[in-house]
Design a protein around this ligand. Structure first.
Ligand SMILES: [Mg+2]
Length: 282
């Protein structure tokens, strides 16, 4: 199967392992975004991290010399709020286990949040329970979430990542908190973040794009690449993050294109465009 990079008009970009490693920007980051703008390639940055709000990423990118407005940054918290907004009227009640990123996203999409201090009352009801990563979660919150699910609330998870990267290596992620509520309630959550389709659909909506001329760019086969392909998108793997050439070889999941990093991807995009223009002139 040949992959025609010149047909790609939109990118859904993963962040950690693609645009940066923790607090270190990827080499060529500024040039990469200049290239996208020069070629008029649309983009949305998408992360499963539900703890932060979009403006925090805007600030981080500004420190690296790149201007990206918050509306082009999609967290799994915002994707969850956007997904739920299409199914519930304004003011629907949500009990959320999460951090600032999740609470702000749900409020900004018009949901009413139930208080999360102490165990919810015996008669409490919620339309939806949303569980995302919270580094401050306690038994009262998790048990309240399970109780409300048992009493009929829809059970939604921002993302199911078992772990997330930290300075000391992988530590317990949103999936671990979901497992608590799952075990206690006996219910299975509906998931939004990568590799789920809802996250990619939300990114496409923001781009106003079709899947067939849009590619996901990521460093993780099991989330970025699998999820992107399942959502009908093209998939480009960069080897600047968690996936090595050795892992990729013989792996059942194969992207349509592999680049060393975003510097190599920028060069390939420019070359594809030059070839297209040249081809037309012939
Ligand atoms: Mg990544």
């Amino acid at each position: 199967m040949t992959f025609d990079l010149s047909k790609i008009k939109n990118l859904i970009l993963d962040m950690d392992g693609v645009l940066w490693h923790g607090d270190i920007p990827a080499p060529g980051l500024v040039h990469f975004f200049e290239t996208l703008r020069e070629l008029e390639i649309g983009f949305v940055l998408a992360t499963n991290n539900a703890t932060r709000i979009a403006t925090q990423y805007t600030q981080k990118l500004a420190r690296f010399g790149v201007a990206v407005p918050p509306e082009l940054i999609l967290t799994s918290a915002e994707a969850t709020a956007g997904h739920l907004q299409r199914h519930y009227p304004e003011g629907a009640t949500v009990f959320a286990v999460g951090e600032k990123g999740l609470h702000e996203a749900l409020r900004s999409y018009g949901f009413t949040l139930l208080p999360d201090e102490g165990f919810v009352g015996q008669d409490a009801r919620a339309d939806v329970v949303v569980v995302g990563l919270s580094r401050f979660a306690c038994w009262d919150q998790l048990a309240s979430a399970a109780y409300l699910v048992q009493r009929g609330a829809r059970f939604v998870g921002t993302n199911s990542d078992a772990t997330f990267p930290s300075e000391v290596g992988p530590v317990a992620g949103a999936g671990a908190l979901l497992a608590f509520v799952e075990t206690a309630s006996g219910a299975t959550p509906e998931l939004v973040g990568k590799p789920q389709r809802a996250m990619f659909d939300e990114a496409l909506r923001r781009l106003g794009a079709r899947p067939d001329n849009t590619a996901v760019v990521g460093d993780r086969l099991e989330t970025d690449i699998v999820g992107g392909q399942a959502a009908g998108l093209h998939a480009i793997l960069v080897l600047s993050g968690v996936t090595t050439e050795a892992t990729l070889a013989g792996h059942p999941v194969q992207p349509e294109m592999v680049c060393a990093d975003i510097g190599a991807l920028a060069a390939a995009l420019l070359a594809a465009r030059r070839e297209e223009v040249h081809g037309r002139a012939d």
